[in-house]
Every structure is written in structure tokens, then in C-alpha cells.
Design a binder for this molecule. Structure first.
Ligand SMILES: CC(C)(COP(=O)(O)OP(=O)(O)OC[C@H]1O[C@@H](n2cnc3c(N)ncnc32)[C@H](O)[C@@H]1OP(=O)(O)O)[C@@H](O)C(=O)NCCC(=O)NCCS
Length: 198
């Protein structure tokens, strides 16, 4: 199946605004890529292997065009003021019919406000809506996180993504260490998330 071309859009979640990433996000993304947690769990091997000064550009370049190849790539920002807080992505949209895979990270300075869970809940709710209501009409969104990444497990659970099992040695971090991962998923028919307010 060819990747669908998605129409870039914005979503709101309380005091958060999710909008397509733009080139002007590069400085904030570069700063975020200096965080050890983001680099280890969320940046991807190509970015981790790049020189530190190049990591933000490498990560961002791939996502500026992602909407045309099956990934909804959102910057999470403050609705009031527009400050950059993090990333929420739904990738592999329709690679398996009616499904997608979620990923997220939050810049260190923005943590502690349930930003990821609220953004994930909002993005899933949008993606499950029928196309006639501006959604993607998906049925299932999955995600996985290394077992030791307990914060990510809380985010997923708060956003209504139930644990479905353990994927053995499924994630290789940039240092080459293999980690077992939790598989989580939320269905269109599941109750929505209940993220705490930020
Ligand atoms: C995971 C991450 C996105 C969460 O950021 P956030 O949205 O600011 O999350 P918060 O700090 O508000 O915490 C959310 C929940 O996780 C818990 N949590 C956060 N860090 C934790 C940790 N190190 N250990 C255990 N629980 C943790 C919080 O107590 C909170 O729980 P609650 O909802 O029950 O109150 C952020 O830490 C991050 O970007 N980490 C690096 C990248 C990453 O791991 N991405 C996910 C890859 S699968």
C-alpha cells in the first residue's frame, strides 16, 4: 500500500496547540536533541549517529516532509504564546489498514505538565474521527517503549493506550543495548484517555 498524503492540520488540547513542524523549530529541536533521554529513546539511530550540532536539522528535515508520506508530525506548543514544548507523531498511517504508530518526546524544560499524555490523547481522538469530521478514520494506534522508560509507560496509560504485552529485545538503543518493550495500543472503540491537567 502506498503512503497516504495527509493534509497538515492543527489540533488543540486545553492550553496546548499541536501544529505541523516548521523550519523555524530547528533551534528548539536542536536543544531537545541534546537531552540524553530523547537521544536514547526517541530520536532514532540516524540522528544519534549524527554530529551533535547536526542532530536537530537531521531530525527536523525528515519530518518537515513527513505529511506527504504517511506521518502526521506535530510540534506540541503552548497555545498561548506558541512556545515549543515537544513532538507528537503518528507514523505508518495506513501501512496496516486503519492503523498507525505513535511517538512522542517533550523538551526537558516543559516536563511535568502531562504534555505528552494530553497531546497523545488529542492526536488519537483526532485520528479516530471519521474523515467526514476531519479525522483519519483509524481503528487502532499502537506504540512501544522500553520497559525501563517508566515515564513513557505512564504517558501511554494516561492517554488510554492499554498494555498488550512485552516485545522481547525489540528496541536497540544508540549504545547498541537491546531492551524489552511494552506494546501499548488504543482502539477507536476504547474509552478516551484521562490525562491529568497540566
Ligand atoms: C516520557 C516523556 C515524553 C514524558 O514527558 P511529560 O509529558 O512532561 O510527562 P510528565 O513529566 O508530566 O510525567 C507523566 C507521567 O509520567 C511519570 N513519570 C515521568 N517521569 C518518570 C520516571 N522517570 N519514572 C517514573 N514515572 C515517571 C509522572 O509521574 C507522570 O505520572 P502521572 O501521569 O501518573 O502523574 C518525557 O520524559 C520525554 O520526552 N522523555 C524522553 C523521550 C521519551 O522517552 N519518549 C518516549 C519514547 S517511547
Amino acid at each position: 500500500m502506498t503512503s497516504p498524503t495527509l493534509t497538515p492540520c492543527t489540533l488543540t488540547a486545553g492550553d496546548l496547540l499541536l501544529r505541523p513542524l516548521v523550519e523555524a523549530d530547528e533551534a528548539a529541536v536542536t536543544e531537545a536533541m541534546a537531552d540524553a533521554g530523547i537521544l536514547r529513546w526517541a530520536a532514532g539511530r540516524v540522528v544519534a549517529d549524527a554530529a551533535p550540532a547536526d542532530r536537530g536539522r537531521v531530525w527536523l528535515t525528515a519530518r518537515l516532509t513527513a505529511w506527504s508520506s504517511g506521518t502526521a508530525a506535530f510540534a506540541i506548543t503552548d497555545a498561548d504564546g506558541g512556545g515549543f514544548l515537544g513532538y507528537l507523531g503518528l507514523r505508518d498511517i495506513q501501512r496496516v489498514p486503519d492503523q498507525a504508530v505513535a511517538a512522542y518526546w517533550v523538551a526537558p524544560a516543559a516536563r511535568g505538565r502531562a504534555v505528552a499524555a494530553r497531546a497523545l490523547d488529542a492526536a488519537a481522538s483526532w485520528a479516530f474521527r471519521p474523515a467526514a469530521e476531519g479525522g483519519l478514520a483509524l481503528h487502532r494506534i499502537g506504540l512501544d517503549h522500553a520497559l525501563s522508560n517508566e515515564g513513557s509507560c505512564r504517558v501511554a496509560t494516561r492517554a488510554g493506550f492499554r498494555v498488550e504485552g512485552t516485545l522481547r529485545e525489540s528496541f536497540v538503543d544508540p549504545a547498541g543495548l537491546r531492551h524489552d518493550s511494552h506494546l501499548h495500543a488504543r482502539l477507536a472503540t476504547d474509552p478516551g484517555g484521562r490525562p491529568r491537567r497540566g
